[in-house]
Design a protein around this ligand. Structure first.
Ligand SMILES: Cc1cc2nc3c(=O)[nH]c(=O)nc-3n(C[C@H](O)[C@H](O)[C@H](O)COP(=O)(O)OP(=O)(O)OC[C@H]3O[C@@H](n4cnc5c(N)ncnc54)[C@H](O)[C@@H]3O)c2cc1C
Length: 396
């Protein structure tokens, strides 16, 4: 009988030939980067151990520092326009590799770091000089604070956090929550309403840079079912604005462009998390015995795993098309939404079924499917919910 994990072509692990890349000056070829990632993880078993990422105080700064020092962020960084395809595929490699480390948990702060502390900040001309460079080296990090406890996550026109002028100083007052990397950030990018046009000539949401340790800024780690220890609540009480990154009326526009990129990258991460749990489930089904034979001996089990493998391959193909569109500089917002929506659906299904296949063992904290299910539910909300993705797809 053909066993799933040994059948040619059925493993969902990527490992396929690297997509074509341009090799701009300073860029390293994809194969070299893959090797670098493998060496990085092999040397940091303790840092990447799954149980450390189940605590309320996971080693986020240690990981970012180590990854920066090893050059992993710079390897996924485009030095110029022509270098963008190579950098994007390296980011895919990075998220793919980290989906299989520490039950996928350490991949979350890395994604936020790459997308917010380096990529988003670099698109904002007003950002202080040197900030992106330091983040690329893993010496500083930043968080993007948009969502509010009152429910401004989907409806960003109803922000209650606001910026005001107090003599010569701009200050922000309000509250944000579920902010990825907030407990570990040096800088906060805060979306705040500007009802009096104090940041420019228009009213509406402005994007502001705040020092995370400034007076009036209080942060605490949230107690959540997934993304354990990785998101935070921020209270702002007349906290001073360091820099206006985008003035009133322009903040959202900047973020809409940012979210196209981030949603495709989150879709990469979700697809690879799904791939990892399906492969783990297939492997475990060889060892688990019921009614005198290996679980994998049941055709129903093999068909289920084969169907999940097919879904992973289909979603990966769709998401990689999103990366190609980003590389060409023109991924439509609706397509990024398709990627995120489909990958979220895949991750939930794969994690749910992988957990069921593992029996009670799968229900244990520390089991890859259980962690993926908890994180998958959060990823279906983060950066825009499934329903918001459907709204964007509907609009076209
Ligand atoms: C793990 C994780 C990480 C996160 N990281 C960040 C971060 O770094 N920065 C940040 O700012 N936020 C972050 N968030 C918050 C996330 O972006 C929001 O939770 C999300 O945008 C939804 O906003 P909300 O929670 O306010 O829900 P609401 O906007 O109140 O929505 C509640 C429900 O109503 C649905 N809904 C809303 N409008 C409609 C509609 N018109 N039609 C149909 N259904 C609708 C929503 O889909 C949702 O199911 C994170 C969340 C999680 C779980």
């Amino acid at each position: 009988m053909t066993e799933l994990s040994t059948a040619p072509g059925l493993s969902t692990a990527p490992g396929a030939p690297a997509p074509p890349v341009s090799r701009a000056p300073g860029g390293i070829p994809t194969e070299v980067f893959r090797k670098q990632l493998a060496e990085f993880s092999a040397a940091r078993g303790e840092l990447l151990a799954a149980d450390r990422w189940e605590s309320q105080d996971p080693p986020v700064r240690e990981l970012l520092g180590a990854a920066g020092a090893a050059g992993l962020f710079r390897a996924a960084w485009a030095v110029d326009e022509a270098d963008r395809p190579r950098a994007l595929w390296h980011a895919v490699e990075l998220h793919t590799a980290f989906a299989r480390l520490g039950n996928g948990a350490p991949g979350a702060p890395l994604l936020t770091h790459l997308d917010v502390a380096t990529r988003l900040l670099a698109t904002l001309p007003a950002a202080p000089a040197g900030l992106v460079e330091r983040a690329l080296d893993g010496r500083t990090t930043a968080a993007l604070a948009v969502t509010e406890p009152g429910g401004a996550g989907s409806d960003l026109a109803s922000l209650t956090t606001a910026v005001r002028r107090d003599k010569d100083t701009l200050t922000v007052t309000g509250e944000k929550w579920f902010i990825s990397n907030a407990p570990y950030a040096d800088h906060l990018l805060v979306l705040a309403d500007d009802p009096e046009a104090v940041t420019g000539s228009r009213t509406g949401p402005a994007l502001l840079l705040l020092e995370a340790t400034a007076p009036g800024v209080a942060r605490e780690t949230l107690d959540t079912s997934g993304h354990t220890g990785l998101t935070g609540r921020i209270r702002l009480d007349a906290a001073p604005v360091h820099t206006v990154l985008a003035p009133g009326g322009h903040g959202l526009l900047r973020l809409m462009r940012h979210w196209i990129h981030e949603r495709v990258m989150v879709a990469v991460r979700m697809t690879e998390l799904a791939s990892a749990v399906v492969d783990h489930a297939a492997e475990a089904a060889h060892h688990r015995r019921t009614f005198g034979s290996a679980l994998i001996a049941n055709q129903q089990v093999r068909f289920r795993l084969a169907d999940l493998s097919a879904q992973v391959l289909e979603t990966r193909a769709a998401v990689h098309h999103g990366i190609r569109l980003l590389a060409e500089g023109g991924c439509p917002m609706a397509y990024a939404a398709v990627c995120k929506y489909r990958a979220a659906e895949l991750l939930r299904t794969a994690a749910d079924e992988a957990l069921q296949l593992s029996g009670a063992d799968g229900y244990r904290t520390g089991h890859p499917a259980q962690r993926a299910l908890r994180d998958g539910l959060g990823l279906a909300l983060a950066g825009g919910t499934d329903e918001l993705m459907l709204l964007q797809i509907d609009r076209g």
